[in-house]
Design a protein around this ligand. Structure first.
Ligand code: PHE
Ligand code: CO
Length: 289
């Protein structure tokens, strides 16, 4: 199994969420409480990190790898405030600790102001391979490195602003697919070959290999309207991955006003997660090495 993640689309705090929301103020920001992590939790973090660091050099995009090396996150759960210092200086982003999933609009407000919410708790040892809610390992290892990349950093801010706008237009379900298929499960047709930039893949021991090498799923070149109409599954590896050419191209493709696009596609049928659609440009998997 993979560490399948719900996204913020289903994240209104519910009674079944496991974080401690009692001290969360407006924005749901809490103290990371770094001193409360136990030696066992730091050790579990190390094991998770060691598994992924063996895999990502073969599968992650070079933008991600270049930054991961500089983060010094191998030995223990990182301190968000230390990482934020470097982030502020590099891309003007910062991390804020949250108890877990937060409401859509709160999430968008953070992104629109270049604040990335990171869950402050770590999974249990028995969740090494599979976790339902995002934890600090997913949020940090998967999402934080690329916030240091100037283009990706701008995309995330644009996404937050786009989310606030989509909410006004009653179109969140379309925009949520964009987050899912880019930020969480995106692939890039990089110069070095097919590579991963999606955080849900980068933090997963199984899907990082599967998404690039397995012949079963579809990989199709990114087309905005096609993607916005494509349903997704949250409980297993993806059926379809969308491949971008570069972060620059992703930003350009998502820059137009989505208002008329939402209007148009509301009248059109959805595509199933595993459907091949006319106009799709299929990308071949990389043979296992
Ligand atoms: N261009 C989008 C809009 O007008 C905003 C957006 C940008 C959304 C980038 C997502 C990513 O709604
Ligand atoms: Co995520």
């Amino acid at each position: 199994m993979n560490d399948r993640l719900k996204t913020y689309t289903s994240n209104a705090p519910q009674s079944n969420l496991r974080g401690d929301y009692s001290r969360a103020g407006p924005g749901y920001v809490v103290d990371q409480c770094w001193d409360d992590y136990t030696a066992g939790e730091h050790a579990l973090w190390r094991r998770l990190y060691e598994r992924q660091i063996r895999l990502v050099p073969h599968y992650a995009c070079r933008e991600y790898l270049a930054i991961l090396q500089t983060l010094d996150a191998a030995g223990k759960i990182p301190r968000f405030d230390e990482v934020s210092q470097g982030l502020r200086a590099t891309t003007r982003w910062e991390l804020v600790a949250v108890p877990g999933l937060i409401p859509d609009l709160v999430f968008f407000e953070h992104l629109a102001h270049r604040r990335f919410p990171v869950t402050n708790w770590l999974r249990k040892p028995e969740e090494f391979d599979y976790i339902v809610e995002p934890d600090v390992f997913h949020d940090f290892f998967g999402h934080v490195p690329l916030l240091f990349d100037p283009l990706y950093a701008d995309y995330m801010e644009a996404y937050g602003k786009g989310g606030l706008k989509a909410a006004q237009l009653d179109s969140l379900k379309y925009l949520a697919r964009l987050y899912w298929y880019t930020v969480e499960f995106g692939l890039m047709g990089a110069p070095e070959g097919l590579r991963v930039y999606g955080a849900g893949i980068l933090s997963s021991g199984g899907e990082v290999v599967y998404s690039v090498e397995n012949p079963t799923p579809r990989r199709v070149m990114f087309r905005l309207e096609r993607l916005l109409r494509t349903d997704y599954r949250i409980d297993r590896y993806q059926d379809t991955y969308f491949v971008i050419e570069s972060f620059k191209k992703l930003i350009d493709d998502t820059a137009p006003d989505f208002t008329p696009i939402y209007e148009r596609i509301k009248a059109l049928p959805l595509f199933a997660p595993d459907e091949l659609v006319s106009g799709d440009v299929v990308v071949a998997p990389v043979p296992p090495s």
